[in-house]
Design a protein around this ligand. Structure first.
Ligand SMILES: O=c1ccn([C@@H]2O[C@H](COP(=O)(O)O)[C@@H](O)[C@H]2O)c(=O)[nH]1
Length: 237
């Protein structure tokens, strides 16, 4: 049975490939992430198809621009009817506040459910060495905490962070804050380009509300079987 805490990342580049995966996974998966690869290749039809299938949609375009541009983009994506979307926490307080207001106003105007906004903190592919290279002055954990606090103050619903920071964000931002963690690797999967990662059960145990899992499912020889193993692993958490 589906578990809404698992969000499968549909990192493929055509509508046909996406549909094939969604059909293969059937009722096991109820929440899908459409990222840049798929959205830039196949556009809004991806979201429409998933909604028609009764799925929840996380549109992960990681908006990062001046407040007006991000707010207008959030309005457009709200009209698509997505459930979750991302923007970069590094865009700052004004950008996040403008985005939150845009989602609120546009969904109220259309009388549809308000999409939840997530602030991307530090990508899970970044380790301490890479972080220093781009000018990081404190540790990744410290920076993620700062961004999570700022996101909450700015009216954002949650963060995208690695599972390593989930426990502190949960303690700091409370039980209702969404903590969405990519960087999930079940014991049967390889790390790929992820640097800050852990297992599905550990991430939930540490406070994540949702897990984003792509290649361990979508590139598995048998995606349905991989999803079943993950669902079984988290059953008791
Ligand atoms: O910090 C981040 C933010 C987003 N992602 C996205 O999550 C999935 C992870 O896919 P895997 O195949 O399970 O590695 C992917 O779509 C990324 O764009 C992330 O990994 N880290």
């Amino acid at each position: 049975m589906a578990d809404d805490r698992i969000i499968t990342a549909l990192d493929v580049h055509s509508l046909e490939d996406m549909k094939r995966l969604v059909e293969t996974l059937g009722d096991r998966i109820s929440f899908y992430k459409v990222g840049m690869e798929l959205f830039y290749s196949a556009g809004p039809d991806t979201v429409r198809y998933l909604k028609e299938q009764g799925k929840h949609v996380f549109l992960d375009l990681k908006l990062h621009d001046i407040p007006n541009t991000v707010a207008q983009s959030v309005r457009a994506l709200t009209r698509l009817g997505v459930d979750l979307m991302t923007l970069h926490g590094m865009g700052g307080r004004s950008m996040m506040e403008a985005a939150a207001a845009a989602a609120r106003e546009e969904s109220a105007r259309l009388q549809i459910a308000r999409p939840r906004l997530l602030a991307v903190t530090i990508l899970t592919s970044i380790d301490e060495t890479a972080w220093r290279e781009v000018g990081g002055a404190c540790s990744i954990a410290e920076e993620v905490k700062k961004l999570a606090a700022l996101a909450k103050e700015s009216g954002i619903d949650g963060t995208v962070s690695s599972p390593y920071e989930a426990r502190e964000i949960r303690e700091m931002n409370g039980p209702d804050f969404l903590i969405v963690t990519p960087g999930i690797r079940p014991s049967f999967a390889v790390a790929d380009d992820q640097k800050r990662f852990t297992t599905p059960s550990q991430a939930l145990h540490d406070g994540a509300s949702h897990l984003v899992i792509g290649r361990p499912i979508t590139k598995a020889a048998d995606p349905a079987c991989a999803a079943d193993k993950i669902l079984e692993e988290i059953q008791e958490v």
